[in-house]
Ligand binder design. Sequence first.
Ligand code: SF4
Ligand code: SF4
Length: 198
Amino acid sequence: MDIRLKLDSGDTALTTPPVDYKYLYVLTGRATPLDGDCGLLCGSICCRPDRKNSLGVYLFPGEESLFPEKGSWFAREHHDPKEYDFPDNWTGPVHFIKCHSPCPREARPLACRFFPLAPHLLTDGTLLLIHETARLPYKCPLIAGNVPLRGDFIEVTALAWQVLLKDPRILKLVEEDSRERERTLRGVPAVIWAGAVH
Ligand code: SF4
Ligand code: SF4
């Protein structure tokens, strides 16, 4: 299950406090991968609908509280986690945002704020940030060209993941993704950042 394309909603009973998404939106609000707008490199290809209009972004459990049910720039789908390969501790519905026009920047989902970085958890609990490895119908020039990313963007993304991974549903999703990635790629991808989970 790919984190950029998969995330959820929140009626699972938690033993930990809920993630503070308002805090995470403030934390990540100004961080950008490059000094300038990386969308100029590719015509913002990661924001454009594909021919099948199948692209979208999943919200993390509880993140949907920051989104109106209907938006001027997106349509929302509710997905059953059992049908979309989410871990078994996820309950539905999973909120899937499909953009039909550019979002207000301050409203973009966390998954967009993290791209092109993705989390990878080693079995000893070390958190890594790597380039996104999901099969996407476009090529991100930052990944393809291994373009150095701003240090503050990397640090903010790591800090946000350390917060998100306190949610056992997100932790399990990233653990399952990581094992699957290691199987598929036969190893761990190039590491951009490494640190403790908490
Ligand atoms: S993240 Fe990559 S694909 Fe998306 S706008 Fe920036 S350069 Fe383009
Ligand atoms: S929410 Fe915004 S940043 Fe994310 S894919 Fe849609 S238009 Fe792009």
